[in-house]
Design a protein around this ligand. Sequence first.
Ligand code: 13P
Length: 262
Amino acid sequence: MLVSAKEMLTKAKAGKYAVGQFNINNLEWTKAILLTAQECNSPVILGVSEGAGKYMCGFNTVAGMVNGMLKTLNITVPVALHLDHGSYDAALQAMEDGFSSVMFDGSHYGIEENIEKTKEIIRIANEKGISVEAEIADLGVTMLAAGIGNIHGVYPENWQGLNFEVLAKIQEKTGTMPLVLHGGTGIPAEMVKKAITLGVSKVNVNTECQLAFAAAVRKYIEDGKDQQGKGFDPRKLLAPGVEAIKETVKEKMELFGSVGKA
Ligand code: 13P
């Protein structure tokens, strides 16, 4: 059964480790991440962007697929299904369709409208036991996305690194609230560890799994393996990509300290 991210993140904050949010794109991604979480006995958050949700035929299809896998694969570790960077309408839809956690990204609204919409999402989420991530700390959100020089995708060469001074100040003001580090791809391990000591309890990773998947499948094709026997069978063709996702997720869970914490 899917759970909200609240309990797993509260435990992570108290235990000074972080839970990984790994974004999913399709069945292969979802299965790879769930199996790795189970193998590592780690809690996990499956992130779904609006675009990926559309690609996978809507949030109801995604929730159906994830719930089906939890049952068939006997997944017993805590799993949250989380809307990543949701608009107001998408957050309402995801809650309706069975997601157990949502991020409302209202940063493009004026502050008053952002507050009003965040409050309404929290009201509905509370009724359903759903966790809420937002960029405004008060109002009763479960977790706060912290902007500390982190960006999505691969970091440019001249990136200045995470701003730990700002992170320390945010942590001081927000106390026990779990903080979220977006843009987990390519942040040096030592910086990730330091961010966790300063209150980060959820780290989002997307691009790194995509790069690992693409490189592994490219190698399979460049080695001509799709031309040998039934190597063109999608189950064979995509298998190296799936293994690469599993390795990446395991590495991150070890780095975040969530292994054995289910
Ligand atoms: P990356 O793609 O940089 O790993 O970021 C993921 C993320 O923050 C999703 O919200």
